[in-house]
Design a protein around this ligand. Structure first.
Ligand SMILES: C[S@@+](CC[C@H](N)C(=O)[O-])C[C@H]1O[C@@H](n2cnc3c(N)ncnc32)[C@H](O)[C@@H]1O
Length: 173
């Protein structure tokens, strides 16, 4: 997760531009892991608040150990803390996490979004042969991911793919 090579095929500046941030927004990095992209967003946009959310305390300990985790616009949240942000997220980033999520998590992701909030979903594309990431059989093709999200109550706007990833925006239906 902290391999800097990732930035070549998952460029933080591109991902941040897709989030279409504005001052005062609340962004939840859903399944932040060690917070690599939460830190990138918080550093580039001091005027937004980034909630780095993960269900694994060990991941968040790795994040806490990073000096940038002390940025004043980062909040670190475990499941019991994320409830504070339900219905308040202007943006959710779900990076490399959809393939790990069960139905309850998708429900939670939807409930985190404000009424006009947008989730940006970027995940390993099962249809692409790639040297990185989980085995293809553990990931979704774009059509499967879209179907899953639509079933969970989202409407989808497809975006241009990255080298190894599909990309779409998801809104509450
Ligand atoms: C493959 S890592 C990706 C981390 C990060 N988004 C990145 O790209 O660097 C997936 C992360 O999602 C977290 N995760 C999986 N299911 C989750 C859930 N239901 N709620 C919160 N976090 C979850 C895992 O603990 C893991 O840290």
């Amino acid at each position: 997760m902290d391999d800097p090579q990732r930035f070549e095929y998952l460029p933080p500046s591109h991902i941040i531009s897709l989030l279409k941030l504005a001052p005062g927004m609340l962004v939840v990095d859903y399944g932040t892991g060690t917070g690599t992209y939460a830190i990138q967003i918080a550093s580039a946009h001091p005027e937004v608040t980034v909630v780095a959310y993960d269900e694994q305390p060990q991941m968040l300990e790795h994040l806490r150990a990073k000096p940038q985790a002390k940025l004043s616009n980062i909040r670190i949240a475990l499941p019991e803390q994320v409830t504070e942000f339900l219905g308040r997220a202007d943006r959710v980033l779900a990076l490399n996490v959809l393939h790990e999520l069960g139905d309850e998590a998708l429900k939670e992701m939807r409930e985190l979004l404000a009424a006009d909030g947008i989730a940006l979903v970027i995940d390993w594309n099962a249809e692409i042969e790639r040297p990185y990431g989980p085995p293809r059989e553990h990931t979704y093709a774009l059509s499967q991911a879209v179907e899953r999200m639509e079933t969970a109550g989202f409407s989808i706007e497809r975006l241009p793919a990255l080298r190894y990833h599909f990309v779409f925006r998801a809104m509450r239906r």
